[in-house]
Ligand binder design. Structure first.
Ligand SMILES: Nc1ncnc2c1ncn2[C@@H]1O[C@H](COP(=O)(O)OP(=O)(O)OP(=O)(O)O)[C@@H](O)[C@H]1O
Ligand SMILES: [Mg+2]
Length: 379
C-alpha cells in the first residue's frame, strides 16, 4: 500500500484537507476567480459534467452555464463586484447546468465569496437535482393518473343517470317530430305549427349534445392549463353533471355567488372535480335527512383568493375522523374509498390554495376551499 502524503507545513495540511473534502463531497464544488476562470473543481463535479480530471481548470465557467444565463453571467459577477448587491451569493437558486456533450440537467446552486490576497474568489456548491426532479415528475404523473381514474369512476356512477337524462330529450324529440309529421299529413297541413314542433325538437337535440359535451370535457385527461373562469357557470355545470335528476328532485341546492366576485384562475375540470367530490359527499351525508339541503356560496379571501363553501344539513363530521379527513383512505362509509377529499386537497394545493372543514349551524358540515382570483390582466 502506498504511504499517505505527509505535508510538512500547516498550509500544506490544510490544502490536503480541502482536497480530501472536495473529493468526498457528493455535490459539485467549483471555485472561480473574479474573471470567472475556474480555479479548482472537485472530482465529482468534473465527472458529473462529463470532463476529465482537471480539464476544466483554467476555463471560463461559462462552459457549464447554458444560454440564456451564459451571457448574463459575466455582467452579474461584474455588478456584484462593483455594487455588492447579491443575487445568488448566500441565497441559492435553482438553475440548469450544461455537460460537455451539451446536455442539460437541473441543479441547485449556492455561492459563497472568499477573499484571496485582496481578490474575490467565488465558491459554488452545486447539487444535482436530476433525481429529485424525476421523483417529482413521477409523483405528479401518479397524481394526475389517480385524479383521472377517479373521474372515470365517477363517470361509471353517472352513466345510469345520464342514460336517463339523455333519454328524456330523445323522447321529447320523438314526440315533437311525430306531432310535426301529423300536422303535415292532415288534409289541411298546418305548416306553422309543424315548424314550431320541429324547432322544439331541434332545441332538445342541443340539450342532448350539451350533456355529452360536458361529460366528455369532464373525463378528458387534462394537462394542467390554468385559465380565467367565471365561478358561477362552473359551479352550475358541475351540479348538472354530478347530481342525477332524481337526486336534484330530492335535495335543494342553493347557489349564492355575488356578481362582484372576481373570476378565478384555475384548471376548470380539476375545480369541477373538487366540487363534484364535495357535492357527492354532501349528498351521501344527507341521505337520511328529511329535508336535505346544500348551499354553495363564495366570497373574496385575503385579497388574492376566492373562497368557495359547500354546506349541508347532514349530521356533521364524525369527531373521530376530524383530524385526518383529508388523508388518503380515511372513510367513515362502508362503501367509501376515502380518496375523495384527498384528491380535493391535492388539486386545491396544486392551485396554490387551501381546503378545510367546519361545522355548520345547527347541524351539518361545511367544506371550504380558497383558490387564486384572476387579476384584471390575466387571460
Ligand atoms: N359533508 C360531509 N358530512 C359529514 N361527513 C363527511 C362529509 N364529507 C366527508 N365526510 C367524511 O369524510 C370521510 C372522507 O371523505 P372522502 O370523500 O375522502 O371519502 P369517502 O366519501 O368515504 O369515499 P370516496 O373516496 O368514495 O369519496 C367520509 O367517509 C365521511 O366520513
Ligand atoms: Mg367522498
Amino acid at each position: 500500500m502506498k504511504a499517505p502524503k505527509e505535508p510538512d507545513t500547516e498550509l500544506g495540511r490544510r490544502d490536503l484537507l480541502v482536497e480530501a473534502l472536495l473529493s468526498l463531497s457528493p455535490d459539485m464544488i467549483v471555485t472561480i476567480d473574479q474573471h470567472s476562470v475556474i480555479q479548482s473543481i472537485g472530482a465529482v463535479a468534473a465527472t458529473m459534467l462529463g470532463y476529465e480530471g482537471n480539464e476544466l481548470v483554467g476555463q471560463n465557467v461559462k462552459v457549464m452555464i447554458p444560454p440564456p444565463y451564459r451571457d448574463e453571467h459575466e455582467a452579474n459577477v461584474r455588478r456584484y463586484i462593483d455594487t455588492h448587491e447579491a443575487h445568488i451569493i448566500g441565497v441559492g437558486r435553482k438553475l440548469e447546468a450544461q455537460r460537455k456533450d451539451g446536455t442539460l440537467f437541473p441543479i441547485y446552486l449556492r455561492v459563497a465569496e472568499v477573499w484571496d490576497g485582496g481578490n474575490p474568489l467565488f465558491v459554488g456548491l452545486i447539487h444535482d437535482l436530476t433525481k429529485e426532479e424525476q421523483a417529482k415528475d413521477r409523483e405528479q404523473e401518479m397524481r394526475t393518473a389517480m385524479q383521472h381514474m377517479s373521474r372515470v369512476a365517477s363517470m361509471g356512477e353517472m352513466a345510469t343517470g345520464l342514460a336517463h337524462e339523455i333519454n328524456q330529450p330523445l323522447t321529447a324529440i320523438n314526440q315533437y317530430l311525430s306531432a310535426a309529421s301529423h300536422q303535415l299529413r292532415n288534409g289541411k297541413p298546418d305548416i306553422a305549427s309543424a315548424q314550431e314542433f320541429i324547432e322544439k325538437a331541434s332545441r332538445q337535440t342541443e340539450r342532448t349534445s350539451d350533456i355529452i359535451r360536458s361529460l366528455r370535457k369532464f373525463v378528458r385527461f387534462t394537462g394542467g392549463e390554468k385559465t380565467r373562469c367565471a365561478l358561477e357557470p362552473l359551479i352550475r355545470e358541475t351540479i348538472d353533471l354530478s347530481l342525477l335528476e332524481s337526486e336534484r328532485k330530492r335535495i335543494t341546492v342553493d347557489v349564492d355567488i355575488p356578481d362582484t366576485l372576481p373570476d378565478v384562475l384555475v384548471e376548470p375540470v380539476q375545480i369541477q372535480q373538487v366540487l363534484h367530490n364535495l357535492l357527492r359527499n354532501a349528498l351521501e351525508a344527507t341521505a337520511k335527512v328529511v329535508r336535505p339541503h346544500i348551499r354553495i356560496f363564495a366570497k373574496p379571501h385575503r385579497e388574492t383568493h376566492v373562497q368557495i363553501c359547500l354546506e349541508d344539513n347532514g349530521p356533521g363530521i364524525d369527531s373521530a375522523l376530524k383530524d385526518e379527513l383529508f388523508e388518503r383512505f380515511v372513510s367513515g362509509k362502508s362503501q367509501g374509498l376515502g380518496i375523495g377529499l384527498a384528491i380535493c386537497r391535492s388539486i386545491v394545493s396544486a392551485h396554490g390554495g387551501t381546503i378545510w372543514a367546519e361545522e355548520a349551524e345547527p347541524t351539518g358540515a361545511r367544506f371550504c376551499f380558497a383558490i387564486p382570483a384572476a387579476t384584471r390582466s390575466q387571460q
